[in-house]
Design a protein around this ligand. Structure first.
Ligand code: GDP
Length: 298
């Protein structure tokens, strides 16, 4: 996903190689190239501005010392700042002291929520948990069925409204799902919610009502890394309308520019917990800011 960005950043930093000392002009030129690379990758403008100003300030103030030559020092600074905009430390999933823990998924339709529900269930099962999927996306005719299919694939049970009762009330399903988990001793409940094609108020209200009914330990905002600049606006809308405690980036295997997804942490202040990079159950991992930064820097 970040091939072009990687290439551009490597190119910008390669120009410094072999220089014994860096002048302010060298640093300004490199900073300008990094700025263009980030903007072309769709990283949000305020994020780019902050990033460039910190890199410049640190590079100009860097002491020539130690094991790193000046070019390596700038590479290290860029790496550190990338890690920082991606959230710094790896943030682990927060679980409740008393099971069941509740993880609610929110995001636009097509963002990969249902697929993620299966991946998360699979990942949790591998760690000895007993997840229950709860189908609260009652808008899309096929959504419940799709969740059941990914659940089966992951070896997890799905709690769904009984068929034939018309369109049920997702808040009621969520509540009953939690009660069912409690009764049957599932230790983690993953609540899938409805997504619309665009941000809309009804969707936000429904997600907020489900949130109020189930008091999630984590609300994960699921965002398709391929949607470009819209990722930031969508994240802000969900933050204001529903609120979330963490982000999941999906479709990182795509060939879009992806930089907007890299902006979500910095813009919303909420950490990225997981990354999805394919359609298979195993195409999923905990998000590590340092590893992602290293990958981007090549
Ligand atoms: P939902 O509407 O948010 O529940 O989204 P879905 O889970 O149904 O996903 C929408 C489409 O994206 C499906 O065709 C998925 O197979 C696909 N998808 C989900 N996650 C990924 C991913 O990480 N990589 C790729 N390439 N496709 C994905």
């Amino acid at each position: 996903m970040f091939d072009t960005l990687s290439e551009r950043l490597s190119g910008a930093l390669a120009n410094l190689r072999g220089k014994g000392r860096l002048s302010d002009a060298d640093i300004d030129t490199t900073a300008r190239e990094i700025r263009i690379a980030l903007l072309e990758a769709d990283v949000a403008l305020p994020v780019v501005r902050g990033f460039i100003s910190r890199v410049k300030e640190r590079a100009k103030g860097a002491e020539v010392s130690g094991a790193l030559n000046p070019a390596q020092q700038v590479v290290k600074i860029v790496n550190d700042e990338l890690v920082s905009i991606l959230g710094g430390e790896t943030r682990r999933l927060r679980l409740a002291k008393e099971p069941p823990s509740v993880i609610m998924l929110a995001g636009l339709q097509g963002s990969g929520k249902t697929t993620l529900a299966g991946k998360l269930a699979h990942w949790l099962k591998n760690q000895g948990h007993t997840p229950l999927l709860v189908a609260c996306d009652l808008q899309r005719p096929n959504a419940v069925n799709q969740l059941q299919i990914v659940g089966e694939r992951a070896g997890a049970t799905t709690f769904a409204p009984e068929p034939g009762n018309g369109v049920g009330d997702p808040v009621d399903v969520a509540r009953r799902g939690i009660a069912h988990a409690r009764e049957k001793h599932y230790d983690i409940v993953i609540v899938d919610t409805a997504g619309r094609l665009g941000v809309d108020e009804e969707l936000m209200k429904q997600a907020a009502d489900i949130r109020d009914a189930v008091s999630p330990d984590e609300t994960l905002f699921v965002v398709d890394a391929m949607i470009g600049q819209d990722a930031v606006a969508t994240a802000e809308a969900f933050r204001d309308g529903v609120g979330f405690s963490g982000v999941v980036l999906t479709k990182l295997d795509g060939d879009a520019r992806g930089g907007a997804a890299l902006s979500v942490r910095e813009v919303t202040g909420e950490p990225i917990l997981f990354a999805s990079n394919g359609e298979k159950l195993a195409d999923f991992d905990v998000f590590h800011p340092d590893r992602m930064a290293s990958r981007i820097l090549g």
